[in-house]
Design a protein around this ligand. Sequence first.
Ligand SMILES: Cc1cc2nc3c(=O)[nH]c(=O)nc-3n(C[C@H](O)[C@H](O)[C@H](O)COP(=O)(O)O)c2cc1C
Length: 337
Amino acid sequence: MDLTTDYLGLRLKNPLLPGASPLVDDLDAVRRLEDAGAPALVMHSLFEEQITLEEAAEMADVDAHEYSFAEAATYLPTAGDFTLGPDRYLDQIGRIKRAVDIPVIASLNGTTPGGWTGYAQLMEEAGADALEINVYFLPTDPAETSADVEARLVDVVRRVSGAVSIPVAAKLSPFFSALPNLARQLHDAGARGLVLFNRFYQPDLDPEELQVKPTLELSDAYELRLRLRWLAILSACNPADLSASGGVHTGLDAVKAVMAGATTVQMVSALLRQGPGHFAEVLGFFNRWLEEHEYESLAQLRGSLNLSTCPDPAAFERANYLKVLQSWDGRPTSAKG
Ligand SMILES: Cc1cc2nc3c(=O)[nH]c(=O)nc-3n(C[C@H](O)[C@H](O)[C@H](O)COP(=O)(O)O)c2cc1C
């Protein structure tokens, strides 16, 4: 089965990707992922806060790697909290490029247009084949409107896309009120791909200690549902390449994501849990499933259950909501055998 796919203008030998995570800090894991069939890699992000710390440290003539700038220290992580500082991040791009023959997608993560464009250019110079921009932002200011938030995101994408010649994808949150319109604006601003979605890490509360506890939990397959719906809707109305991120743990999950309209399918939690070797299993299943179901090509699978092609488009829309609620048979789940 020919699984070749074009994502962000890159020719990939299959649509499954290791998504942004610290896995790529380890060159041995990077090589194992390539051996397992990974057609490209997404690096974990260089964070805007790292760039800010570095610049602040330069202005104050202190070493950002040892000393965190006074104001930033009250709410930002210190430079030492990040795995790779900006310079080491750029070096790591070069190291990965030398270690493997597959394309490397670097990632920038922040909220403001600020100094991103400069780092995007440095990433391109360091050899990145594409960029993922992750605007992980939570509006907490009542004066800020949803239009402000969207405009800033579009501005970041426009500036970064305009500053580099490599393709740019935007990794989005699912929490926008009019995602199809935003997706169109982002595509018009230069985003060649959209990564659906960012996962927000929900802090828990410790009632005894009166503390907010940041927690990092790996995903489970249920999270794929949100992606499937939006892949199905956006792939029917937006020309950007769509990459699924969130809840893909098995080959069957990957089949579903492509059916819904994904051009590529990213995995992180499954690889962190089971190691880089798991990639080969997922890819093997994906390949076999297509063969066993007599698909002639990946293109035939892609989008075959999206909003414009599926037999029951209402299942993705409000009508389904009513149907699902009415399907409850009234018996407590504990009473069902
Ligand atoms: C330990 C860890 C580190 C991550 N680091 C990044 C990162 O640097 N940049 C980013 O965009 N996403 C990052 N992510 C999010 C993943 O790329 C991915 O979007 C998310 O985990 C959902 O995919 P999954 O269900 O396959 O895990 C990270 C996730 C984990 C678990």
